[in-house]
Design a protein around this ligand. Structure first.
Ligand SMILES: CC(C)(COP(=O)(O)OP(=O)(O)OC[C@H]1O[C@@H](n2cnc3c(N)ncnc32)[C@H](O)[C@@H]1OP(=O)(O)O)[C@@H](O)C(=O)NCCC(=O)NCCS
Length: 280
């Protein structure tokens, strides 16, 4: 995939391509839930950013960042939409887009980039937490409603979201950008951490199983589905069950002072590692 080039969009034809890509990534019937061209065009003049991953003239991945402000960090970026065409996924393209975004953001004086994502999606957790070094300490309930513009990918289950915060000048992030970071190994059946849940069954039928309802100690682990999209496509009831039960666990842990610090994929199973904030 070395011939994929990440660059800012320019020209109306490229923005028009991005409308098609948004529609196809989110499996939408129309453009109703896409960010319109005129907004993407305006964003480049007001401190936002739209990046495309180009295979020749064809855009196969993209990211749209909106300028934000808060008292602690001043001007920051909300990376509101990120998507890669299905056949190009798991080829490190989103990671490369985020890396280019970070370079532009540093030049613009931005120190924080944030975005929301579905905590049950393994690829997103791998990218956001394990590869990029984002942290999570905020859980948002049904943030965008259940319909999500009628997306066939995700509508019908509450759209709970993690708010992922990416502190782009932190050592934690610099280490992961440099390739120096060594992924942690999770050995189950040790008492180095508290395992809050595990799972029953595999693949499309994998089900949530509660082990410990209350967090304690300094390090805890919450397992999420190996492939939530498959579970969602197979049974909305099971997807809903995962949503409500992990929602309760994550909210309890965040209230008790834990943050999402890492994520580990172990064969077909996915685990979040949560730590007390002074350990991150
Ligand atoms: C989320 C998304 C942008 C990631 O893009 P991508 O180019 O595939 O991301 P990357 O290849 O850089 O990283 C994905 C990682 O997830 C891993 N992964 C793939 N399937 C996985 C799974 N079921 N569970 C855990 N990890 C998984 C990949 O192996 C890769 O990790 P690695 O590089 O260590 O092997 C892409 O899947 C997508 O477009 N999804 C639909 C839209 C979406 O959810 N957008 C984000 C919210 S706006």
């Amino acid at each position: 995939m070395s011939d994929i080039e990440i660059k800012k969009l320019s020209g109306l034809a490229e923005y028009a391509q991005l409308m098609e890509l948004q529609k196809s990534v989110w499996m939408l019937d129309d453009y109703g839930d896409c960010l319109p061209e005129h907004v993407m065009i305006a964003l480049k003049d007001i401190g936002g950013l739209t990046l495309g991953a180009f295979n020749g003239d064809r855009i196969i991945g993209f990211m749209i960042a909106i300028p934000g402000y808060d008292e602690e960090h001043g001007f920051y970026h909300r990376s509101h939409i990120l998507g890669i065409e299905q056949e190009y996924r798991s080829q490190n393209i989103a990671y490369k887009i985020k890396k280019v975004h970070r370079n532009h953001a540093v030049e613009m004086g931005v120190s924080k980039i944030d975005w929301t994502y579905d905590p049950l999606l393994g690829p997103n957790a791998s990218l956001n937490i394990a590869k990029l070094g984002g942290i999570v300490r905020t859980y948002k309930l049904n943030e965008y409603g259940e319909n999500m513009g009628g997306s066939k990918m995700v509508s019908g289950v509450p759209s709970d979201r993690f708010l992922c915060e990416w502190f782009i000048n932190s050592e934690r992030v610099k280490e992961r950008m440099s390739g120096r970071y060594k992924k942690p190994v999770v050995e189950l059946n040790t008492d180095n951490f508290l395992l809050m849940n595990d799972t029953e069954g595999v693949g499309r039928s994998q089900a949530f199983n509660l082990l410990n309802p209350d967090p304690s100690g300094d390090v805890i682990i919450i397992e999420i589905p190996g492939n939530y999209q498959d579970i969602f496509d197979n049974s909305k009831e099971n997807a809903f069950d995962w949503r409500t039960k992990t929602r309760e666990l994550f909210r309890k842990c965040f209230s008790a002072g834990f943050m999402v610090a890492d994520f580990v994929k172990k064969e077909d199973r996915n685990f979040y590692i949560l730590k007390k904030d002074h350990l991150i």
